[in-house]
Design a protein around this ligand. Structure first.
Ligand SMILES: [Zn+2]
Length: 346
């Protein structure tokens, strides 16, 4: 299979192992996947239809993604009944996630990219049109599985290259809906990340934690975050945060989830037009340039097609999103911007 520039894609955020942990192995076909129980989603809202399978990703020309190790914290929504209640529980879940990635690699479905050498070879091979499995750069989303700063070398050895310390709040940092700075353990974690040359994913970090983290000098990106200019929530990036990421050479991946595109959107309402997400991309580009705006789909990250913009029914439909952007910036959005960042900083 030859990858033409018009049909290739890098995705800043996919919760591949989370789907598998929840019983939706992306190695299934889309028909099989959609016959399984749907996402339960927000209590009282309609169930959600998944769309991520390796076949669909391949059909979209997806060459590389940041694939998460995401441990589910125990509790009522937005937490998970039966999820982890302590550090060891979180750690075990992240290890189970890691296990899925190894299983898929052994089956020839993905290629893990644990270091710069592997990354460069994968990008070069892919751009040369080689027939390759999906490259996966491991991203830990929510750092609770890390026992402490002295446990970070273990995760780096497992191939984790990026860490988002928060999801909601964690032992390390204030996060979505749970404001706060870095904790004492969070400060130690950031120092260890800097020492190990790991990248900070600012998505989900509360403002206070974000500004606490920057002086450690880690590289910083946002794998899946839209602009707070349109929705007043700490899950989205303020203009100052976007500028800070841009000043440090980072990239922001915009996320096609209706509730992160339009304020007050709820499941069951008419799905928002794709054009509305492009407004987030344009706003971010206006602050830091089009070469720093890319995709972070987060497809199946706890929500399904019902919560995607109109026209996105299957993963390959993401190419339509690029059609809402200025023609000269489409290739950058789909591939070149993440590829450039990866080549410079991975
Ligand atoms: Zn997330």
């Amino acid at each position: 299979m030859t990858q033409t520039p018009a049909h290739r894609l890098i995705d800043g955020h996919l919760d591949l192992a989370l789907g598998a942990l929840e019983g939706r192995d992306p190695a299934l076909s889309l028909d099989e996947l959609r016959r399984l129980p749907l996402f339960t989603g927000v209590p009282g809202e309609a169930p959600q239809t998944p769309s991520v399978t390796f076949g669909e990703l391949q059909a979209a020309g997806l060459g590389l993604c940041f694939g998460t190790l995401f441990a589910r914290k125990g509790g009522a929504w937005p937490y998970t009944p039966g999820g982890y209640t302590d550090t060891e529980g979180a750690r075990q879940e992240a290890l189970r996630s890691l296990d899925w990635y190894h299983r898929w690699q052994d089956a020839g479905l993905i290629r893990l990219l644990p270091n710069r050498t592997a990354l460069m070879a994968h990008l070069n091979d892919w751009e040369a049109g080689a027939d390759l499995p999906l490259g996966v750069a491991l991203l830990m989303e929510g750092a609770d599985p890390v026992r402490g700063a002295d446990d970070l070398p273990f995760w780096a050895e497992q191939g984790v290259r990026l860490i988002g310390p928060a999801w909601r709040g964690t032992r390390y940092a204030g996060g979505t809906g749970e404001p706060g700075g870095l904790t004492e353990a969070g400060h130690a974690l950031l120092q260890a990340m800097a020492d190990l040359n790991l990248t900070l994913d600012a998505s989900h970090l509360d403002d206070a934690a974000f500004w606490d983290a920057l002086p450690y000098g880690t590289r910083v990106i946002a794998t899946h975050s839209n602009a707070r200019h349109f929705i007043d929530s700490n899950r989205l990036l303020s203009d100052d945060m976007i500028r800070a990421i841009g000043e440090r050479g980072g990239v922001v991946g915009v996320v096609p989830a209706n509730f992160f595109i339009r304020a007050g959107w709820r499941t069951g309402q008419e799905r928002v037009p794709l054009q509305e997400l492009s407004e987030h991309a344009r706003h971010i580009a206006g602050l830091i340039g089009w070469e720093r705006v890319a995709l972070g789909s987060d497809f199946d990250g706890g929500f399904g097609t019902e919560q995607l913009p109109a026209g996105l029914e299957r993963y390959p439909d993401l190419h339509q999103l690029a059609q809402t952007l200025p023609a000269e910036h489409r290739a950058g959005f789909l591939w070149d911007n993440w590829a450039r960042w990866l080549r410079e900083h991975y």
